[in-house]
Design a protein around this ligand. Structure first.
Ligand code: NDP
Length: 443
């Protein structure tokens, strides 16, 4: 099998879905040379099957705004692959949501979930609904309308959604409440739930914490630690803030945070108190980071990205394609030694290639941010057992899972003297799903 022929066919079948093409190209570039050694994969057309979702559900979401006007949005659920477990993946509410974005995220989720060592298939969903500027009642109206349709397609052993951009604790709670009302049952059909109704300790922190644990694993291969390292973090949402807090607690200096309005720069590093304050400020939806600059003694740069700031490690934790080739060159020029992705596909493919070519430590999102879905898997286990583990227990399991993901990347990503984490994550994630699909026959 040849990369260009494969991609030619994929692009023809999925016209205009650029993010999906990008995600597939990144994966198959490392998987094809591996799969070509085993004719069983080509005979069963495993890669063609893995790049075609099991099904895509698209539906109308009709809700009333604060003035009683009828609003119409589009809802989606892409059920990508359930070869190794029930469909699992987040919901995104953002005006940029499209089929291409959700297919890229669902495809990435296949490999990520496989790496977690837990039995979870892959999915992604969401809507072009924009929660920014909406009242709580509007968000509730939307969530109830969205779940009324989605509820037909999910279930605790079928498909278990979670949060993502624009879907946090508030939205998960409204979605859960509506499912419970419609079905009459209290079931673990969502993860990221509140602690008082079946949520897991550490789930909210897990993606950010897991990303930092992965960075520690990567650094340890070079005899390094986080202590004193200047870390440029992008984003100021769930992933970014918990990554930033964990970094500060580990002795690193978090020098940036960002949002859609620009970025904050604190050359000496934000204190843990300043980070806790920033988290409260963003969580209470008081405004953009610009309004916080004086309170946390930082400079605000409107409309910029943090990648020109000198740093030792970059943690892109906002959104896809936020770090371009130009940004990568700047980071490398300024001596950046590692990039650890909290977001999904935050680096464009040319940016990722620049990091790999430079031989710095580069942890791709599907490995480095898998702690979130892994802890969702632990939430599902607790729900099935009707109990709640302690915070220490869940955090210890999260650390172990991140260490195991790192070990799988090292095993399959050997490249000269170093480790190519992209290759390692893609091949390790592929083997488990592909072998399960082979075992199931032509389904
Ligand atoms: P949130 O909605 O909590 O936060 C997203 C943050 O990124 C916000 O600060 C937002 O800015 C910023 N942002 C979003 N889009 C843009 C943009 N186009 N330009 C600049 N800044 C932007 O989302 P999460 O933290 O949950 O998710 C962040 C990333 O992590 C996503 O890629 C997601 O897929 C990935 N991820 C999330 C997981 C989770 O458990 N939540 C699990 C694994 C991956 P503003 O505050 O202005 O809105």
């Amino acid at each position: 099998m040849n990369l260009d022929d494969f991609m030619g066919g994929l692009v023809r079948r999925n016209p205009g879905q650029e993010e999906f093409h990008q995600a597939v190209r990144e994966v198959v570039a490392s998987v094809i040379p591996y799969a070509n050694q085993y004719p069983k994969y080509e005979r069963a057309r495993i890669l063609e099957r893995m790049t075609e979702p099991d099904r895509i559900i698209i539906f109308r979401v009709c809700w009333a705004d604060r003035d009683g006007n009828v609003r119409v949005n589009r809802g989606y659920r892409v059920q990508f692959n359930n070869a190794i477990g029930p469909y699992k993946g987040g919901l995104r509410f953002d005006r940029t949501v499209s089929l291409s974005i959700l297919k890229f995220l669902g495809f990435e989720q296949t490999f990520k979930n496989s790496l977690t060592t837990l039995p979870m298939g892959s999915a992604k969903g969401g809507s072009d609904f924009n929660p920014r500027g909406k009242t709580d009642v509007e968000v509730m109206n939307f969530c109830q309308a969205f779940m009324t349709e989605l509820s037909r397609y999910i279930g605790k052993d079928v498909d278990i959604p979670a949060g993502d951009i624009g879907v946090g604790a508030r939205e998960i709670s409204y979605l859960f409440g509506q499912y419970k009302r419609l079905s009459g049952e209290f079931a673990g059909i969502l993860t990221g739930k509140g602690l008082s109704f079946g949520g897991s300790p550490v789930r909210i922190e897990a993606t950010g914490y897991g990303c930092v644990y992965f960075a520690e694993e990567m650094l340890s291969t070079r005899g390094e630690s986080l202590e004193g390292k200047r870390c440029a973090v992008s984003g100021a949402g769930n992933v970014a803030m918990y990554a930033a807090c964990k970094l500060a607690a580990a002795g690193a200096k978090v020098v940036t945070l960002s949002d859609r309005g620009g970025f904050l720069h604190s050359p000496g590093g934000f204190t843990e108190e300043q980070l806790a304050h920033a988290m409260d400020y963003k969580a209470s939806r008081r405004g953009d980071l610009a309004g916080l600059a004086d309170e946390v003694a930082a400079e605000h740069h409107p409309d910029g990205k943090p990648w020109a700031v000198p740093c030792d490690i970059a943690f892109p934790c906002a959104t896809q394609n936020e770090l371009t080739q130009r940004d990568a060159r700047r980071l490398l020029k300024n001596g950046c030694q590692a990039v650890c992705e909290g977001a999904n596909m935050p680096s464009t493919n040319p940016a990722a290639d620049a990091f790999r070519k430079a031989g710095i430590l580069y942890g791709p999102g599907k490995a480095a941010n898998a702690g979130g879905v892994a802890t969702s898997g632990l939430e599902m286990t607790q729900n099935a057992m009707h109990l709640t583990w302690s915070r220490e227990d869940v955090d210890r399991r999260l650390r172990e899972i991140m260490a195991s993901i790192h070990a799988q990347c090292v095993e399959h990503g050997q490249d000269g003297d170093g480790v190519d984490y992209v290759k390692g994550a893609n091949i390790a994630g592929f083997i488990k799903v592909a072998d399960a699909m082979l075992a199931h026959g032509m389904v």
